[in-house]
Design a protein around this ligand. Structure first.
Ligand code: HAX
Length: 484
């Protein structure tokens, strides 16, 4: 088979060579960024053009893998894994990110601090842009500032929601949870799908990605309007805030919500970046991949993902954390001593509930996304009472959970901190918090959906077993070391 010349070697680096840390300090990485920065605006290719150049290379890479190594075994499945939520089974191809239990998430090989350091920034800003992350997911390259700007403008250009969807939102009861409202609105956009239209006209399989790309960009562009409309309808007077076609995505999202405070805009840039992707096995990512594998529209695949994200064990935990913290604050009455907090943690555990925001299916240390939010709070409002409480819980909860002896990971995850940041800036409506997570998650899971369509990913269909069949099978197989 002839080897194609990959126009974006950085893409290869992160999909095939493992840890970013082996490469991020070397010269080739720096050279890649410098080289990109010298491009003239007139020479720039759009994201779609860049991605289309990568596809043949990517397809060939996977075909070669399948041909040469198709029969290599990379995972075995134990009974405890079947009964234990399929933890640790290597079975999903997901190029956007890889989760290390200790180091945390690597987005296309970059850790969260690296993303913060190397990403292009708006003037007077220190935070990364989520649209730059979308670019990175699809190309493997950090965009230049002008490339990121190009994408911001394209998203602004597409930011228009059909009247019937706004009408649907206006008719929903305020008592309906904001995540359900968002899921309904995104599903209702299905009739706008360019992918559906092209599919019904018999478009070739090799071009599926083009229409998926169009739908995904439209959806990303519409999400801030949908989310802000839900916020305005449910908690305010129904009016949307300002939208500036020349502003970046997160700034527009903040102002649409009615927040023009520069620090809040900075928070949104950070928030939308760090919640975007966390490997392919988590419920929202896997759902997009699974539902999308049926060739449904990106709208329906993402609507389903939002339904999964809303659960309290997943993205819904950010709402639970805040409710739990506010309740704790009231009970503590200003006494943030370790003994009192410890007693309250035991109350929660002894009543059979989980400590929300703590634990993780894969992570075995404090989530770097927690740490970066902690850093943001330390910088912007070190003396804020609720931040002091979150810090006090952080000092005590890991030891309590370790003593409790159930959770495999006693450390905080991303959801343990996000709500406190929002509270500080006055976004106090906790049932809205997972909507923000959902807007961010779209960047990761929908970029992978474009890749799935570009590489012709098959419909997912793992094998299930009855209990009876499981009992029959285990008679004939050897024992292995625990994989959980
Ligand atoms: N408090 C109390 N008990 C906990 C716990 C916590 N924070 N985390 C885990 N456990 C318990 C589990 O409920 C489980 O108990 P049982 O054996 O009685 O079923 C036991 O410890 C083993 O669980 P685990 O293997 O350590 O964790 P899982 O992979 O099964 O679950 C969860 C991972 C994140 C769902 C879990 O840690 C949890 O419920 N945490 C609190 C909710 C939360 O913060 N969710 C957000 C996670 C991040 C995320 O997805 N964000 O979107």
């Amino acid at each position: 088979m002839p080897t194609l010349k990959n126009p974006h070697p950085h893409f290869e680096l992160h999909t095939t060579c493992g840890s970013r840390n082996e490469t991020n300090t070397n010269d080739s990485f720096v050279t890649t960024i410098k080289k990109d920065s010298t491009l003239d605006a007139g020479q720039e290719k759009t994201l779609k053009e860049k991605f289309s150049e990568i596809i043949p290379y990517k397809v060939q890479e996977l075909q070669a893998l399948k041909k040469e190594y198709g029969n290599r075994v990379i995972s075995e499945v134990s009974v405890e894994q079947v009964l234990g939520g399929m933890r640790g089974i290597n079975s999903i191809l997901w190029d956007g990110s890889l989760l290390d239990p200790i180091k945390g998430i690597e987005l296309k090989g970059y850790t969260i601090p690296e993303i913060k350091q190397y990403f292009p920034k708006e003037t007077n800003s220190e935070e990364p842009l989520p649209e730059a992350l979308f670019w990175l997911f699809l190309t493997g390259e950090i965009p230049t500032k002008s490339e990121a700007k190009l994408l911001s403008k394209e998203l602004s250009r597409r930011a228009s929601v059909p009247d019937y969807v706004i009408e649907i939102l206006n008719r929903l009861p305020k008592t309906l949870h904001p995540m359900v409202q968002l899921s309904i609105a995104v599903a209702a956009l299905d009739s706008q799908s360019k992918f559906n239209q092209a599919y019904s006209q018999g478009v070739s399989k090799t071009n599926y990605w083009i229409y998926t790309y169009e739908d995904v960009l439209d959806l990303l562009a519409m999400l801030p309007i949908l989310a802000a409309k839900i916020y305005a309808n449910t908690f305010k007077d129904g009016q949307l805030g300002a939208f500036d076609p020349d502003a970046d995505y997160a700034k527009n999202f903040a102002t649409l919500l009615g927040y023009d405070n520069n620090d809040f805009i900075e928070l949104m840039r950070l928030y939308l970046t760090i919640h975007a992707d966390h490997e392919g096995g988590n419920v929202s990512a896997h759902t997009t991949h699974l539902v999308g594998s049926t060739l449904t529209s990106p709208y329906l695949a993402f609507s389903a993902a939002l339904d999964g994200l809303s659960g309290p064990l997943h993205g819904g935990a950010n709402q639970e954390v805040l409710e739990w913290l506010l309740n704790l604050k009231e009970k503590l009455n200003g006494d943030y001593s370790e003994e009192t907090i410890e007693a309250h943690l035991w109350d929660t555990l002894n009543s059979g509930r989980v400590i929300p925001g703590y634990g993780h299916a894969v992570l075995r240390r404090t989530d770097p996304r927690y740490l970066t939010q902690r850093e943001f709070a330390s910088k912007h409002f070190p003396d804020y009472d609720l931040f002091r409480l979150v810090s006090a819980v952080y000092n005590v909860a890991p030891a309590v959970l370790t003593k409790h002896g159930k959770s495999k990971n006693p450390w905080p995850n991303v959801d343990a901190h996000s709500g406190v940041l929002l509270q500080y800036y006055g976004l106090t409506e906790v049932s809205f918090y997972t909507v923000l997570f959902g807007v961010s998650r779209a960047f990761g899971v929908l970029s992978q959906l474009i890749i799935d369509r570009a590489i012709g990913a098959p419909i997912e269909r793992p094998k299930s077993l009855t209990t009876q069949r499981l009992k029959e099978i285990i008679q004939d197989v050897p024992k292995v070391k625990s994989r959980m």
